[in-house]
Write a protein that binds this ligand. Structure first.
Ligand code: IVH
Length: 681
């Protein structure tokens, strides 16, 4: 076939779908859960890769691609609590809230500058690493404060923004009647460290970085707590109709004059050299700032020129971000030790000569896995690079200097036995990780099961942090999750750091977990590969533990998302007498081992046999809720429109491509209200 006209290969298609899934998941973890699972650099790298493939094979580009949409922090999603959904009203942005094109390459910055019209002026600013906010002022009064949301609509977090002292609630009447200011909400380093210290003392999960701490804080329901944490804000963009001044720089100066917080680190540049000097200066100087920055933003100064340059689907063409490379340090690897995780995976850990990195002292970092160590020929005594990407745990990224003896034989051996229980490790083919197979006797794995069981999305038992579980486990008070249900007040209150009040709260929470629905109990059991969503689908099909216990492999694989591997894991789980005994204990303790009657009533076969695509933005339920409703009523939700699609559940701003495709195939678009009518809601 002629290469020029060849269509996307199967492997490109697969890679695109993998990249989309990873980036979508990363967006949810970053924007909604305030808890990133991959570093910013890794995210940017994957996004780049997806953009490149989509450029090469435009037929693979769909409007729902993460390259075409900004991530969403809206509280209408399933990960937000019910109270959050109610607390923050969602409001449509007057101007879509876009993101910025970014690059780590100075060369690309130069190229971008060279392609601008001759003689343009550039405003160089710091790129603050917090979360964006849009402030609306009407007749001199702050009326709304919207998060970016999905770029089209945002959560109105006005109450929380009002705790930031530097943001005026009322401004002088001589300003435009109506204007909007955009900026970044940040938690300064000092406040971030104080907050994490408190969380550590209370055994609450730590925030990975100030950005996540700020985004978690802005979505709190308790404004007093928000105030206590000490958010700050910098504004960097004025919008509105008939505004004074034709340049961005003059506008920012005016905004500062009006009494708003605007950073002083802003420079009007007239040449590439001036821009590059700004970048070089702040690359080091930013370490002395009280807040986190992750790059430089360059904007065309003249507003008319901005308008001429316009926008892509996701970002303005008149601005670009240069991102600073992750901070790294050279240090000596003194020894390698091994750590067993909750799932039995053994991770090699580098013990380092302590170095300062992004404001903290680092003496341990992950070495990832055996293959990484071998491919870099890393050994004790080497100088290595250590880096902190947005994660809490620093990582080794490579060897800093070739040691003299590199030509000699390299003989690294991963530890053959589990550092906790001495069991010989196994390495599953195709996996990079070594695991301890002693699931029933290895202490971190046993504790891991309990930690998973009490976690928020499982039984949601409050007050039992990892350390408390380790203490109770160490004393032999809990060996398996079922033991939680026979803990007494005295067992808990006698623990160091647990007073009578906390003990009481834990007991109340344990009691409350008895009404957690069957689907979540199933997830809490920790069957391998049975995640939250899969558990929900299985529980719908098998409405009691008995039904699931006797399910055949065929019946199991009939459930959407359940492949042979998961089916086998479920069968193996129920073939294990220890697990069956644990289930009996949990059932006797009063846990929901079957679907409750009300829930059974809320599901139906009304959408049986229908394949439904969801597209657009909704106001009555989130997309995830619609997905759950489709499934609860017997329908199937799929991602892309095809001949098999029964109808499209269409919200606002449905992508034009999807709309065209539905029209061309004669597939009906069903609005939100009509859909709810169909399922009698
Ligand atoms: S201007 C249309 N200026 O970076 C242009 N953004 O990745 C609007 N950010 O969502 C953005 N510092 O949250 C602009 N000085 C700055 C910024 C800045 C940080 C954030 C902002 C935006 C993100 C883009």
């Amino acid at each position: 076939m002629n290469d020029l006209f060849s269509s996307a290969s199967e492997s490109a298609r697969e890679e695109v779908s993998r990249l989309k899934a990873t980036l979508t998941r990363a967006n949810i973890d970053y924007y909604q859960n305030s808890s990133p699972t991959i570093s910013d650099q890794e995210y940017d790298r994957l996004m780049r890769r997806l953009q490149d493939i989509e450029k090469q094979y435009p037929e693979l580009l769909t409007p729902d691609s993460p390259t075409q949409r900004v991530g969403s922090d809206l509280s209408s999603t399933s990960s937000a609590s019910k109270q959050q959904r109610k607390a923050f009203q969602q409001i449509a942005h007057r101007y879509p809230m876009l993101s910025l094109g970014n690059t780590y390459s100075e060369q690309e910055i130069e190229d971008w500058l060279r392609h601008l019209p001759a003689g343009v002026e550039i405003v160089a600013e710091l790129k603050f690493d917090g979360l964006s906010i849009s402030l609306w002022y009407e007749h001199g009064r702050l009326t709304h404060a919207l998060t970016r949301g999905d770029g089209v609509r945002g959560d109105d977090v006005l109450r929380n923004i009002q705790t930031i002292g530097s943001i005026p609630q009322v401004v002088s009447a001589e300003l435009p009647d109506s204007f909007e200011l955009r900026g970044e909400v940040l938690l300064p380093w000092e406040a971030f460290e104080r907050l994490n210290k408190e969380r550590e003392d209370n055994e609450e999960p730590l925030f990975a970085n100030p950005r996540n701490a700020a985004s978690g804080t802005l979505k709190l329901l308790d404004s007093k707590e928000v105030e206590r944490r000490g958010l700050i804000c910098y504004l960097y963009y004025l919008l509105g109709e008939d505004l004074p001044f034709d340049t961005h720089y003059e506008r920012l100066e005016a905004v500062k004059q009006w009494g708003f917080p605007v950073s002083d680190a802003i420079k009007l540049c007239h040449s590439i050299n001036e821009v590059m000097d700004f970048i070089a200066y702040w690359d080091t100087e930013r370490k002395n700032l009280p807040v986190a920055t992750d790059g430089i933003v360059l904007k065309v100064n003249n507003i008319h020129q901005q308008e001429e340059l316009g926008y892509t689907a996701k970002s303005p063409r008149w601005a670009i971000a240069y991102k600073f490379p992750a901070e790294k340090q050279k240090t000596r690897l003194t020894s390698i030790s091994y750590q067993v995780g909750r799932t039995g995976v053994v991770t090699p850990v580098a013990n380092l000569e302590p170095v300062q990195l992004s404001g903290t002292q680092v003496s341990r970092a992950t070495l990832h896995n055996e293959d990484f160590i071998r491919s870099m020929r890393i050994k004790e005594g080497d100088m290595v690079w250590v880096e902190k990407g947005g994660e809490i745990i620093p990582k080794i990224t490579g060897k800093a200097a070739e040691a003299d003896d590199d030509s000699t034989d390299y003989d690294y051996r991963f530890t053959p036995v589990c550092p906790e229980c001495n069991t010989p490790l196994v390495r599953v083919e195709g996996e990079a990780a070594w695991r301890c197979p002693n699931r029933k006797g290895c202490p971190p794995q046993l504790q891991g099961k309990i930690i998973h069981f009490v976690s928020r999305k499982a039984m949601n038992i409050d007050g039992l942090g990892d350390e408390t579980i380790a203490m109770l486990f160490g004393e032999g008070l809990i060996k398996t999750p079922a033991d939680l249900y026979s803990l007494s007040h005295a067992d808990l209150a006698s623990q160091e750091r647990l007073g009578s009040k906390s003990a009481q709260n834990i007991l109340v929470s344990i009691e409350a977990s008895k009404s957690v629905p069957w689907a979540r109990v199933l997830f809490a059991l920790g069957i391998r590969m049975v995640g939250e969503t899969t558990a929900r689908k299985i529980a719908r099909r098998f409405p009691s533990v008995e039904a699931l216990q006797w399910a055949t492999r065929e019946q199991l694989t009939d459930v959407e998302d359940v492949g042979e591997q998961i089916a086998d894991n479920i069968i193996a789980f129920f073939n294990d007498t220890d697990n069956l005994q644990e289930i009996i204990k949990l059932k006797n303790a009063g846990l929901q081992m079957q679907v409750s009657e009300d829930r059974q009533a809320s599901s139906s076969d009304l959408l049986q046999g229908q394949t439904i695509v969801i597209s657009g933005v909704f106001s009555r339920h989130s997309r995830d809720e619609y997905k759950a409703l489709i499934e609860a009523n017997g329908g199937k939700n799929t991602g892309s429109i095809s001949k098999k699609t029964s109808f499209v559940l269409a919200g606002e701003n449905m992508g034009p491509e999807k709309r065209k495709k539905a029209e061309s195939l004669g597939i009906r678009l069903v609005g939100e209200d009509e859909f709810l009518g169909m399922i009698n809601e």
